[in-house]
Design a protein around this ligand. Structure first.
Ligand SMILES: [Fe+2]
Length: 469
């Protein structure tokens, strides 16, 4: 059916005669990251009078002074079965810790002037926003407005972006103008902070487009729009997709295995690994079919997250906020509170976040009782944001309704001893007599101190005996 509709669209496009087509006004300005220091990807849309080709220009003028945009860079453009053209220009050799002003377009059609700030040469910390299941509702707009007030270096989005999925159209045809509306709605944030996306189910279900809009409108550093990775200072970010084959043997699985191997070997330079994708491996939301923990996805890929000690996994799909304890195969690895005074020290397993509360209608069907692996959950609109240094991550969920920090936790990865990583035997947070990871750390530190003291004492005695001789 999809192919028939596609062919019909292609035929109708071929019938469009494009004469005297002029450049269109740039809109939907947004930034992306490509993993290279000193570079910034700038994208924007133009709504054209033709479906055949992209007549508008692909230029960026930029500089340190909004009155003097003395540098120019050109790029490329792309269209899909719609008349929105997406332009991409990659700025290179940017200086650290500078405000760059820029405008996009050309041929008499230029955007307003926007700006972004480059990272310091060696920043002590970076701030990352993380959302999912956004859309264009008033709640979604409130989230965007609140995020405008944050000073973020990057935003990751775990899928279901615009909801241009045709659900309300009555015929299943995805209204692609919803993408334009969405991208204009987030322009104030996305034009100054790079945004990186993972694909959700609603990126695909707009007949006859499938993932075409998602692939055409957003930059990715490769190998494709669905699974890709990039370094951003202290963090190796990975986007994966439960909308595609993820079983062992699939190209996605093989790619992830290889990417994680390399990232894990590079911990000395990039200490954290954060994965983001749409369907949650852990969620205690029971609101309808297809929600809650995606067990198949988890059974296929969680082992990779554990084996390579992925620090954080950010998901969407369920429209609430949830944080797990460090967990693998539903076994909890640390029941520390995660607070500043009792953080997750080298947790031993991945901490999972559901961040699907950014605007799409809330799901309030949380299952009871709360699973042992669930540390905190709340049904409220808002956004999450975390501050990372090479040794710590402080993660927060900010509620829209009152602007308060609803959840706040810490992960610390600095310890001089490695923890014994063993799978606890059905350990749960309710087993209070269990030794926590922090107790194990204390014990290891104590043993190490005792051993060092013994060696020093024996050496001193030995030296004394040598001297007497
Ligand atoms: Fe979804």
């Amino acid at each position: 059916m999809r192919n028939i509709i596609r062919i019909a669209f292609l035929v109708s496009i071929a019938l469009v005669v494009s004469e005297d087509v002029e450049a269109a006004e740039p809109e939907q300005i947004h930034l992306a990251a490509n993993g290279n220091k000193g570079e910034m990807v700038i994208q924007w849309g133009t709504i054209e009078d033709t479906w055949n080709f992209c007549p508008s220009s692909n230029n960026v003028e930029y500089g340190f002074d909004s009155d003097n945009l003395n540098f120019t860079k050109s790029g490329s453009s792309d269209m899909y079965l719609w008349n929105t053209c997406t332009h991409t220009v990659i700025l290179t050799e940017l200086e650290p810790n500078m405000t760059y002003y820029y405008r996009v377009g050309g041929d008499g059609e230029w955007s307003d002037i926007f700006s972004f700030v480059t990272l310091e040469e060696n920043p002590e910390r970076i701030v990352v926003g993380a959302i999912a299941d956004h859309g264009t509702s008033s709640n979604a707009q409130e989230t965007t407005n609140n995020m405008e007030n944050e000073d973020m270096d990057l935003v990751i989005h775990a899928g279901d972006l615009s909801y241009a999925n045709g659900a309300g159209s009555g015929n299943g045809i995805g209204d692609q103008s919803v993408w334009d509306e969405y991208q204009n709605q987030i322009e104030n944030v996305a034009s100054r902070t790079p945004h990186m996306y993972a694909p959700g189910n609603h990126e695909e279900d707009a007949e006859p487009y499938g993932f075409d809009a998602y692939e055409s409108r957003f930059f990715n550093p490769g190998p494709n729009s669905f699974w890709y990775s990039f370094d951003f200072e202290f963090i190796h970010f990975i986007s994966i997709s439960a909308e595609h084959d993820y079983e062992p043997g699939s190209s996605q699985y093989s790619w992830l295995l290889n990417d994680l191997e390399e990232a894990n070997e590079n911990r000395e330079n990039v200490p954290w690994i954060v994965i983001f994708a749409h369907r949650p491996m852990y969620s205690s939301n029971g609101d309808g079919d297809g929600h809650g923990s995606d067990i198949e996805f988890r059974e296929a890929m969680e082992i990779l997250l554990y084996d390579f000690q992925v620090d954080l996994a950010v998901w969407g799909h369920d429209h609430h906020y949830e944080r797990t304890y460090p967990v693998f195969e539903e076994n909890v690895y640390s029941n520390n509170s995660g607070t500043m005074t009792d953080p997750y020290y080298k947790p031993g397993a991945t901490i999972h976040i559901v961040a699907g509360m950014s605007g799409r209608s809330a799901y309030d069907g949380l299952v009871e009782p709360k699973p042992a692996w669930s540390a905190y959950r709340e049904v409220a609109y808002g956004y999450t944001i975390f501050e990372a240094t090479p040794t710590s991550i402080n993660y927060k969920f900010i509620r829209n309704s009152d602007g308060n920090v609803a959840d706040d936790f810490w992960i610390i990865n600095t310890l001089e001893v490695d923890l014994p990583i063993e799978i606890p035997n059905n350990r749960t947070t309710n087993e209070t007599d269990d030794e926590t990871i922090i107790d194990q750390i204390k014990e290891l530190n104590y043993n190490s101190f005792a051993l060092t003291t013994a060696i020093v004492a024996l050496t001193a005695i030995f030296n004394l005996k040598v001297r007497k001789k």
